[in-house]
Design a protein around this ligand. Structure first.
Ligand SMILES: [Zn+2]
Length: 545
């Protein structure tokens, strides 16, 4: 780490501050911006002996913000079985077998969440019998994206899942045409096995966060919001912070459904007395996080019309409307914010209806900054005006469209799939739309998301997929700065290069407002700074951290 001496940074500053969009220099004093404007003013604020870091024609931006990022899950790929590079079912099976051999003492074989069934050539999950073939003596559990999991026979037996196990609310246990278990568990059915997986230690989690943090800083993210953390996971963040190793700013969103009955869970939160906003400038408690439905690429999102070809299946309601109403009331009473995972139109309808009902009977909910997470399959104009009226923020991940355009088109047809993630419409309705990645579901590179929001270029089509929903470069940059900071309760520490803000910034060698689209898609910071200290520096052979 470099010392916190005053310094002047000179370059082409794109401040994201409407009061002064462009500047030539900024002064950093005690890790904060003491002046932003001309070189002389910056020199005067930093003092005559302060060095000038002259970045020439490089563009300097505020540190970028990811409003929905599972950094812990992403990092756990370094600690668990990582299937993210598997491209076929045999790849998955080979990886499981090899990991089992390499870890003879591991009681369970468990994968990290960040892998994608649509990446596999067969576009299907491995079966429990295939998993038994490579590891039959120990339980194997391969969770995916928070919504699905495949288990081998040993794992299903431990979870008491049998061919005659009844279906449960908000989940499904897949069976083949003979009624035998395939090993696939969707949504709430995951917990039947997942709850038995031995918990990771705090040391394993903090190691995962340490391992991944530098790649985030190298991509330009300096602030993020991590949704849906269980208590032990929040504690791991606190450990990293206490060790002095948390460089980024993190807003941690506790998961409501942590396995305890809802009433007990809410009483526990009430008794603790902390709420959204508690913490300091590096680790803070965000809103509570709740899953209302499934996922789009999985075909489990709760839709207004049945999924095409599904025989009347509308998707999963992972949380009941009664429980949602209880949670919304609790949040209003206790002044918690709330982020609701709602992908399908019917789930978006339900969430906004419950927000609105509480809004009417109590004080305004607008100042609680509730958010809809994803909200990308068919939000209606009525949803958009309700979100605007209620001050509801949308946490959106533009890269979802790139990642899932193909699978959504196969599931929903081209016309419906092209309408997914309607960024232009949300913004035109006056809704604040925060950028993010949902890493590891899509890569955490923020410039990829900015490029995708601007182009809607999809891998399978190359051309813009749903071009009416493209937004401008400035709007896309706002998604990943001021809007994501607002969504993450970090507007006092992130989102613009303005006097008084922490000196979190990055330098790129082209101007994202005017460079070619290819340059925008591939943009990587040369330097990233947090609190005025250079925490990533691609100019030197060795990273300073
Ligand atoms: Zn997520």
């Amino acid at each position: 780490m470099q010392s916190k001496k005053p310094m002047v940074v000179r370059g082409s500053l794109l401040t994201m501050d409407a009061a002064q969009p462009r500047a030539d220099a900024m002064a950093v004093v005690d890790g904060r911006l003491a002046a932003v404007g001309g070189l002389e003013a910056a020199r005067a604020a930093a003092g005559p002996s302060a060095p000038v870091l002259d970045l020439g024609t490089s563009t300097v931006l505020p540190g970028l913000v990811d409003s929905h990022n599972h950094m812990l899950w992403t990092g756990l790929a370094t600690q668990l079985l990582d299937l993210s590079s598997a491209r076929s079912v045999p790849d998955v099976l080979r990886a499981v077998g090899a990991w089992a051999v390499d870890h003879p003492k591991a009681e369970w074989i468990v994968a990290a969440e960040g892998w994608e069934v649509d990446d596999l050539a067969e576009r299907r999950y491995p079966t429990r019998q295939e998993l038994d073939g490579v590891c039959g003596d120990r339980p194997v559990y391969l969770p995916r994206a928070g919504h699905a999991a495949v288990a081998n026979t040993a794992a299903l037996e431990r979870g008491g899942v049998r061919a005659d196990t009844p279906e449960l609310l908000g989940g499904s246990i897949e069976r083949d045409e003979h009624g035998d278990l395939t090993g696939l568990l969707l949504e709430n059915a995951r917990n039947l096995v997942g709850q038995l997986v031995p918990d990771l230690t705090t040391a394993q989690r903090t190691a995962a966060l340490r391992a991944i943090q530098s790649s985030y800083l190298a991509s330009g993210i300096t602030t993020l919001q991590e949704p849906g953390l269980r208590s032990a996971e929040v504690a791991s963040y606190q450990q990293l912070w206490a060790d002095g190793d948390l460089i980024m700013r993190v807003s941690a969103m506790p998961l409501i459904a942590d396995g305890t009955p809802l009433g007990d869970r809410l009483e526990g939160l009430r008794a603790l007395g902390v709420r959204t906003g508690f913490g300091d400038e590096h680790l803070r408690i965000g809103g509570l996080k709740l899953f209302l439905d499934g996922g789009g690429s999985l075909g489990t999102a709760l839709m207004r019309d049945a999924w095409p070809g599904s025989d009347g299946y509308h998707g999963e309601a992972v949380t009941s409307t009664v429980d949602l109403a209880t949670i919304v009331r609790f949040c209003v009473e206790e002044r918690w914010s709330l982020g609701v995972h709602a992908v399908g139109g019917a789930a978006i309808d339900i969430a906004l209806r419950e927000f609105d009902a509480t809004h009417k009977e109590d004080a305004s909910i607008a100042d609680l900054r509730f958010s809809l997470i994803h909200a990308y399959l068919d939000p209606s104009p009525a949803n958009m005006s309700a979100a605007h009226r209620l001050g509801v923020v949308v946490a959106s991940q533009p890269t979802m469209q790139e990642r899932f355009a193909g699978i959504l088109e196969r599931r929903l047809g081209r016309e419906q799939a092209a309408k997914a993630n309607p960024l232009r419409s949300w913004l035109d309705a006056g809704v604040i739309v925060a950028g993010g990645s949902d890493s590891p579901i899509t890569p955490h590179d923020p410039f990829r998301g900015i490029w995708q929001a601007v182009t809607r270029s999809s891998g399978e089509h190359g051309e813009a997929f749903g071009p009416d929903e493209r937004i401008s470069r400035l709007e896309a940059l706002q998604m990943y700065t001021s809007a994501a900071a607002w969504c993450s309760f970090a507007e006092d520490t992130a989102g613009s290069l303005s006097v008084g803000m922490p000196a979190d910034w990055l330098a790129v060698d082209a101007d994202p407002m005017t460079c070619s689209l290819n340059e925008l898609a591939e943009m990587k910071p040369d330097i990233t700074a947090v609190d005025g200290e250079l925490v990533h520096d691609a100019r030197s052979a060795q990273s300073p951290i």
